[in-house]
Design a protein around this ligand. Structure first.
Ligand code: NAP
Length: 465
């Protein structure tokens, strides 16, 4: 007995430090200069949280925990080593695991306690398993769509939203019955099973293009279900960590929806990406002007202000280090080079920032959309590297375009536009880009890494003469 007080006190202190580290981690992660510290704080916080939990007196046997840790490490280590472009689906898988765990714990807690479950506990337990269940299957579906093991196309039918919401409503109604009568143990499987089905149905009508937004929303659900679990298990740490996870996921999905000019309900119920046969000039063959690396190098080296716009193609080609070389060789010649970063360029928030930081491009050269747009009219060359949708002027003018209203980088205002991509394939939204047919646009056809490498060679070749 005398041992208990200090041990419990110690655990509470450890939890408190872990909680503070989670909050600091999120704060530090919001700026590139402190992001590394943020990751470290998150890791140490999680280590302390796990260590504190393992010291709890409630634990009778450690061997199941040891098996769990080994299994988790076997799955987790390879998951941590995926390519950066696969991070969205990897994240979805993590949410699925977390949500599965929350649902299982909630189920165990119910059967351990029923029929003596106070109303409040039953209400949060129900919320925990409903959110956990739909997040589990929803995240698996989202990961499958992103990895293209499931069709990316949205699958829709009439009355689908009503059917889906009907499922959810039934689950909530059963949960309400259980709150009043927790002795009806046989009803419990329904509030786990129905959300599992709902999770699948919820993702079916959403196209691949909206998956990253949906994943951050699922992140938010996973966080909320963990916070609910915190109430059930009486763990303040879980409540705080779950609430942080829930709110940050929610804020992120709002930011992403805004950057694509989509409302939440539009993302969730709009079946985006369904009708993608854009009207404008799809049939008549329009001509583009293409140029060689040598010509591009000449234009770039003669410019005084260049803005580089990176996109998904730069990530796929892993061209960031070559881009750094290009930045160096142009800067050395006195050219003012900056980068225009669209909030949804690439396939996850901050994708371009991370890649350019990896190549040690100075942070202060990276300008957000609002800041770079006012500079583009004074820019000699806008060099687009594997970006497409985020530069599509149809978003400003073509009311029939699926991306109409999405804020874009106004690259067409620059004096010359150069676009590095392999061919005329569209980007994520699956639509043609009128930018390529402008008189001021030069197409540089090729792989981003190879082509930028060629330009760098031409420019440095030029300096030797
Ligand atoms: P994008 O519109 O998907 O276009 C990427 C372009 O890169 C393609 O047109 C492709 O053309 C080219 N490309 C691919 N591989 C290449 C390579 N190896 N070398 C050179 N070019 C290559 O990309 P984006 O402009 O970055 O726009 C992002 C899109 O993703 C937006 O529609 C956005 O709404 C969506 N999205 C982003 C997020 C996010 O968080 N960032 C979330 C949800 C949705 P070729 O095949 O002709 O080479």
């Amino acid at each position: 007995m005398t041992m208990t007080f200090p041990a419990n006190f110690l655990i509470e202190i450890v939890y408190l430090i872990a909680t503070a580290l989670f909050v600091l981690s999120l704060m530090w992660l919001s700026a590139p200069t402190t992001a590394r510290r943020g990751v470290l704080a998150g890791e140490v916080g999680m280590f302390l949280a796990i260590a504190g939990t393992l010291l709890e007196r409630g634990i009778v046997e450690y061997h199941w925990i040891a098996i769990g840790l080994v299994l988790g490490a076997i799955i987790g280590v390879p998951l941590g080593m995926v390519q950066m472009t696969a991070v969205p689906q990897r994240t979805a898988l993590s949410h699925a695991f977390g949500a599965c765990c929350v649902t299982l714990v909630g189920t165990a807690e119910f059967y351990l306690r029923a029929p003596n479950v106070p109303k409040f506990t039953m209400a949060v337990l129900a919320m925990e398993v409903i959110l956990g269940g739909l997040t589990f299957t929803g995240s698996l579906m989202a990961a499958g769509k992103l990895q293209e093991v499931l069709p990316q196309r949205p699958i829709t039918y009439r009355g689908q939203n009503i059917v889906n919401l009907g499922f959810l409503a039934v689950a909530i109604a059963i949960a309400a019955v259980l709150v009043m009568h927790p002795e009806h143990r046989s009803l419990f499987p329904l509030i786990v099973g129905i959300p599992l089905i709902f999770g699948v149905l919820m993702i079916v009508p959403i196209g691949g293009a909206d998956m990253p937004t949906v994943i951050s929303l699922l992140n938010s659900y996973a966080g909320l279900s963990a916070a609910a679990m915190g109430f059930v298990l009486n763990s303040k740490l879980l409540i705080v960590a779950g609430a942080l996870d829930g709110s940050s996921g929610f804020i992120l999905s709002v930011i992403m929806s805004k950057a694509m000019n989509r409302s939440f309900s539009n993302v969730l119920f709009g079946a985006f990406g369904q009708v993608q046969t854009s009207a404008a000039g799809a049939i008549e063959a329009r001509t583009v002007r293409s140029a060689t690396a040598e010509e591009a190098a000449g234009i770039l080296a003669a410019a005084s202000k260049v803005v580089i716009i990176p996109g998904y193609g730069m990530a796929v080609a892993q061209a960031q280090h070559k881009v750094r070389e290009l930045y160096d060789s142009l800067t050395k010649r006195g050219v003012d080079v900056s980068f225009g970063i669209h909030p949804v360029a690439g396939r996850m928030p901050g994708h371009m920032n991370v890649l350019l930081a990896e190549a040690d491009i100075p942070y202060d050269r990276l300008l957000e959309m609002e800041d770079i747009n006012s500079e583009l009219p004074q820019t000699d060359v806008a060099l687009i590297i594997g970006a497409n949708d985020v530069t599509n002027p149809a978003a400003r003018t073509d009311t029939t375009s699926p991306i109409y209203g999405m804020p874009i980088l106004d690259v067409d205002k620059a004096r010359t536009v150069m676009v590095i991509k392999r061919g005329m394939s569209p980007g994520f939204a699956g639509i043609d880009n009128p930018l390529y047919y402008l008189d001021k646009t030069l197409m540089l056809f090729g792989d981003a890494k190879a082509f930028v490498g060629d330009i760098v060679r031409e420019i440095s070749g030029g300096t030797h003469h």
